[in-house]
Design a binder for this molecule. Structure first.
Ligand code: IPM
Ligand code: MG
Length: 396
């Protein structure tokens, strides 16, 4: 009886998951014809910590300008979270911020993290607020596109001929695996204190993230690399066989290659152009996406979309960069491109998302560079956060 109940539950979760990529509009971004005209699109803006407020201010300006230009009704409210909330005497994720998110169509979120908590256990760190948001809205699919901007080909530490033409989508599982599974925590036994985290995936979790990867691949190069560690971990053996079964059953038109995650890291810098879609679990996807970022020249260029069953969240891949916070030096482009992903995936207006991408490209073509992407080449002009943001606005 109990077994049947569990099966039913898994079946219902799988069903929801099976329908989800289309439901959240990832792969059918155009509004359905019989949908009523969209009312005002509401955005919960959480600027976050460190450089968050500076870069978010630029992204909000771009968001408002592009919406005006395309006659798209948008409104936004601001909420505090993470260290910024703690400094205001609140919880890392205050109830009013959650309420704002609940009532919004999308969350535009800056980076979280503050060095004052560097030695604190994970559960007490303010950036935990982001993990809670991801989990709360079941945002299991984190899309992290890695595509070097032509104007920045020489900013990559890799040779131009290696990165030119690279176009990768990292699909990271975001609400399971090592980040969330139980048991976790600190314990003590006869040998002393120890810490535990658990890498656990149910087949249905692998299935639903795999489906997102294959659906994305169908719109691109139809090739999926699944990064695992099946040579050492049972959970990753299950990951591998589940991915293969999914491919054989529903995606025979796509190519699936299994690659050990350590080898995948190496291949990403050796020959990035061989990849189309890379799908990975939470921990491995986190690591792979930072490597991927360097292909584009800087972590300051990478946007991401976190999609699932609840309110979608959009955030840059980079962190809060406390060392340069408040100095007006940070690169706002990842945050601006993140607003672009929000228009594409949440507002279902890929045309507005593309307009933002083009404006960023134009600002870079004019030679403007923030410090992280400046290489001292002729024609470059070193600028700060505000000037870069204004150049994108002007290019719109
Ligand atoms: C990311 C970040 C986060 C993560 C941190 C800040 C918890 O590194 O989004 O890649 O590990 O998911
Ligand atoms: Mg990371």
């Amino acid at each position: 009886m109990a077994v049947q109940r569990v099966r039913d539950k898994v079946a219902s979760i799988t069903e929801v998951a099976a329908g989800s990529p289309e439901d959240f509009g990832v792969f059918s971004p155009a509004p359905k014809r019989n949908e009523p005209a969209m009312q005002t699109f509401k955005v919960a803006v959480i600027a976050g910590d460190g450089i968050g407020p500076e870069i978010t201010a630029c992204a909000v300006q771009v968001m408002e300008a592009v919406a005006r230009k395309h006659d798209f009704a948008i409104s936004h409210g601001s909420g505090l979270a993470a260290a910024a909330a703690v400094d205001a005497g609140k919880d890392p994720l205050p109830a009013e911020t959650v309420k704002l998110c609940d009532e919004s169509n999308a969350i535009l979120c800056g980076p979280f993290g503050d060095p004052r908590w560097d030695n604190a256990p994970p559960a007490e760190r303010p950036e935990r607020a982001k993990l809670i948001l991801r989990k709360k809205y079941d945002l299991y699919a984190n899309l992290r596109p890695v595509k070097p901007v032509p104007a920045l080909l020489d900013a990559s530490p890799l040779r131009r001929e290696l990165v030119e033409g690279a176009d990768i989508l990292i699909v990271r599982e975001l609400v399971g695996g090592l980040y969330f599974a139980e048991p976790r925590g600190y314990f003590e036994d006869a040998k002393g204190k120890y810490g535990v985290n658990t890498m656990k995936y149910h087949a249905w979790e692998v299935d639903r993230i795999g489906k997102v990867a294959f659906e994305a691949a169908r719109l691109r190069g139809k090739k999926v690399h699944s990064a695992d560690k099946a040579n050492a971990l049972e959970v990753m053996q299950l990951w591998r066989t589940t991915m293969q079964a999914l491919r054989d059953k529903d995606y025979a038109d796509c190519e699936l290659k299994h690659v050990f995650v350590d080898n995948c890291c190496m291949q990403l810098v050796a020959e990035p152009r061989q990849f189309d879609v890379i799908v990975a679990g939470n921990m491995f996807g986190d690591i792979l996406s930072d490597i991927g970022a360097q292909i584009t020249g800087s972590l300051g260029m990478l946007p991401s979309a976190s999609l699932g069953t609840g309110v979608p969240l959009f955030e840059p891949v980079h962190g809060s960069a406390p060392d340069i916070a408040g100095k007006g030096k940070a690169n706002p482009l990842a945050m601006i491109l993140t607003a672009g992903m929000m228009f594409t995936y949440a507002a279902k207006r890929p045309d507005i998302g593309a307009a933002i991408d083009r404006a960023v490209e134009k600002a870079l073509q004019s030679g403007l560079r923030t410090a992280d992407i400046a290489r001292g080449k002729p024609g470059e002009k070193l600028v700060g956060t505000r000037e870069m943001g204004e150049a994108v606005l002007a290019a719109l």
